[in-house]
Design a protein around this ligand. Structure first.
Ligand code: DUC
Ligand code: ZN
Ligand code: ZN
Length: 451
């Protein structure tokens, strides 16, 4: 055996139990009460939790955006992931105009493969479906990328007609369509209105995209998914109206899924009144307390399926472009290293169960996006394992993080409990604050949807 982790509390989405777990050739090979000590490496996890590595279903690594490129490349982003207990990241490979879908994957994989320190998958961010491009989705599916994202906002967002066509196609060939839902026309109108009135602070970023601007778009997206029968996954859901629409659609039996992010669970729109409010500028923006409460309620009753990060860090100097104009702030915040520790802290404090944290951060993203070898501690699956110390106090500071950035919105956040070790396919990639992985170890994960 390569590794035996002994005496830990194993956590799945439904159970917590004490057992040993054995690993050989990167796979989980046994889970039982006493597996002995015949292994190259034996770790005593008495008093610790043993969890599946998290899957971050939503990151933007080295993404050209907002006049620059997000500051974590595939190495830095996956290094940070490993150090926060995340062993698989999904990145958005943005299509160029005129580019067939398979070419998008090949182009991004050339950059990702030599850099990734943990396993990675792609969603394709669709911009263009003219001519044969729509049909080229099938080639991406055949290559293990059965999920596509559309943006209802930004200059590369798609029209309602294109969105609807993608849903129809998706129903035909069984893919997942993810959507960034906000009303583009309203955002653009509001931004212009505020800037021309000299209202330039980050608070007007929020006021340009308040609750109903997101909620209205959620309702439209869900309506079209219902009409076509296609599966729809709403990314970074942050408003109460959208939560209610998701709940209703689920009750009606539609395959509508929702993701939220730790920043929406933790911060409210009040951050945009802070002196460093520009650092919190992301889209959709953080909302009011009512929306945050609705997100937590939905998460607890199962109407939010996934917690992911929308990890998209920028440097302080870039965030500062918006000191006198909120519209010039590159949109995005970091989170890939913070997601699992944040959700596990909530479990440790009794606000959710550890099983719920595992369900949201590992089991559900694996199931929904078709990662057959990931998401749970099961014999035969990849040995993506986190040992979590529930008694370690940890305060998040930029210096202790492992991204290529110079500030974090999570600065000063106190957590109770923290990942102690992360294994990626059996390899120790993080140990007590230290990154031990290497660029190029991470593998592209070929996926197939099963629902
Ligand atoms: N929102 C962000 O804040 N950043 C990246 C892309 C997005 O939709
Ligand atoms: Zn988005
Ligand atoms: Zn995003």
């Amino acid at each position: 055996m390569d590794l035996i982790i002994k005496n830990g509390m194993l956590v799945s989405a439904s159970e917590t139990y004490q057992a040993d777990i054995a690993v050989k050739d990167g796979k989980i090979t046994a889970i039982s009460n006493d597996l002995g000590t015949d292994a190259t490496s034996v770790i005593d996890a008495q008093g610790k939790y043993v969890l599946p590595g998290a899957i971050d279903a939503h990151t933007h690594l080295a993404m050209p955006f907002g006049g620059t490129v997000s500051s974590d490349d595939y190495f830095a982003g996956t290094r940070a992931a490993a150090c926060g207990g995340t062993t698989t990241v999904f990145d958005f490979a943005l299509q160029d105009f005129d580019e067939p879908m398979l070419d998008v994957i090949k182009r991004r994989d050339k950059i990702a493969a030599p850099q990734a320190a943990v396993d990675y998958a792609f969603h394709i961010g669709v911009k263009d479906i003219h001519g044969e491009l729509l049909d080229s989705m099938q080639a991406a599916v055949d290559c293990g990328v059965p999920s596509f994202k559309i943006f209802m906002v930004y200059d590369f967002g798609v029209s309602d007609g294109v969105f609807y066509q993608l849903l129809e196609k998706s129903k035909e060939i069984n893919t997942m369509i993810s959507v960034h839902a906000e009303n583009n026309d309203l955002v653009n109108y509001n931004v212009k209105k505020f800037l021309s009135a000299g209202k330039t602070s980050p608070w007007y970023h929020y006021l340009s995209r308040p609750e109903f601007v997101e909620g209205e778009a959620d309702l439209r997206a869900i309506q079209w998914a219902k009409e076509t029968g296609a599966k729809l996954y709403i990314v970074h859901l942050a408003n109460k109206q959208g939560v209610e629409a998701v709940t209703l659609a689920k009750q009606e039996g539609y395959p509508i899924y929702a993701e939220t992010c730790p920043q929406y669970l933790h911060f409210t729109r009040d951050v945009y009144k802070r002196d460093d409010g520009r650092n919190f500028v992301c889209s959709p923006p953080m909302k009011g307390q009512q929306s945050q409460d609705a997100l937590w309620d939905a998460l607890k009753r199962g109407d939010i399926d996934v917690v992911a990060t929308d990890h998209c860090p920028f440097m302080q100097s870039e965030k500062d472009w918006g000191l006198n104009d909120f519209s010039k702030i590159p949109n995005g915040c970091a989170g890939v290293e913070n997601m699992y520790p944040y959700m596990l802290d909530k479990a440790n404090k009794g606000e959710i169960t550890f099983n719920k944290a595992v369900e949201l951060c590992a089991a559900n993203p694996a199931r929904i996006f078709g990662c057959a070898d990931k998401g749970s501690l099961t014999i035969g699956k990849d040995a993506d394992i986190v040992i979590y110390d529930p008694n370690k106090d940890f305060t998040i500071t930029c210096e202790k993080m492992h991204s290529d950035y110079d500030h974090t919105i999570w600065e000063g956040t106190d957590l109770t409990g923290y990942p102690e070790m992360t294994f990626s396919r059996g390899k120790l990639v993080f140990n007590n604050g230290e990154f031990l992985g290497e660029a190029g170890y991470g593998k592209f994960i070929k996926r197939q949807l099963t629902e």
